[in-house]
Write a new protein. Structure first.
Length: 237
């Protein structure tokens, strides 16, 4: 858990934007805070320069005439890098589309025990992704490892909070914690269904909340069902 917190703090400390742009419409409103409830205190006119500082929930913090102010991220379609005919929004979208890999780190609960997961995802598009993950669970009576391959779908990738679901399968390795009796490790195949939410923190970093339901095949007549809750982060490359 300590490692996860360190990595989360490192990700949140990354500078988000720090780009120079030029206004390419008659004017854009600049507010004192990230919301329409904040007053407009400056208006950047056409051909004025701004420096983009960071992004926060649909708003962009900018530096304009030595003031740190906020503009709606819909205005990115009218802001261009110096000398460019394309808006910063289209350039970011093209750059995001070129990033096909994500690395993830998550922590949570698996069947009542602490669980940590590392993952690598390949994005075929904004909608379809293939994820390989390895997880470690630690409980009072047993420890476990999972190796999973899942196909995920995000039907609405451009929503601010984007839902997704995934199906897949893998292997569950269980090691009972016994002292008096030597118990063999159990290796069981499992099938998974997962739902969750993506929330972008920066251009490259997103937070995830996941709920996974798994059917575990056993040697007994009745198969087992397990649940996993996870919260974590993914970084795009």
């Amino acid at each position: 858990m300590r490692l996860l917190l360190v990595m989360l703090l490192a990700l949140l400390a990354w500078p988000a934007l720090a780009e120079q742009v030029v206004v390419q419409k008659d004017f854009v409103d600049l507010r004192t805070g990230p919301g329409r409830g904040y007053p407009v205190v400056q208006v950047a006119l056409k051909n004025d320069s701004l420096q983009l500082l960071k992004q926060r929930t649909g708003w962009i913090k900018v530096l304009y005439r030595q003031q740190e102010l906020w503009l709606d991220d819909s205005e990115l379609a009218f802001l261009h890098p110096p000398g460019s005919e394309k808006s910063i929004a289209s350039l970011w979208q093209a750059q995001q589309g070129s990033r096909q890999w994500q690395l993830g780190l998550a922590a949570g609960d698996f069947a009542g025990s602490s669980y940590y997961q590392l993952s690598a995802s390949y994005l075929f598009s904004d909608v379809v992704a293939l994820e390989l993950s390895v997880g470690q669970g630690s409980g009072l009576q047993a420890s476990s490892q999972q190796l999973l391959l899942q196909l995920g779908l995000s039907p609405w990738p451009h929503w601010r909070i984007s839902p997704y679901f995934a199906v897949g399968g893998g292997v569950l390795l269980t090691r009972p914690r016994t002292v008096l009796v030597q118990t063999e490790e159990r290796r069981s195949p499992l099938a998974t269904v997962e739902i969750g939410l993506h929330y972008p923190l920066t251009e490259r970093v997103q937070a995830d909340v996941r709920y996974r339901r798994a059917l575990v095949a056993t040697d007994r007549d009745i198969n087992e069902e397990t649940t996993t809750w996870l919260i974590g982060f993914r970084v795009a490359f």
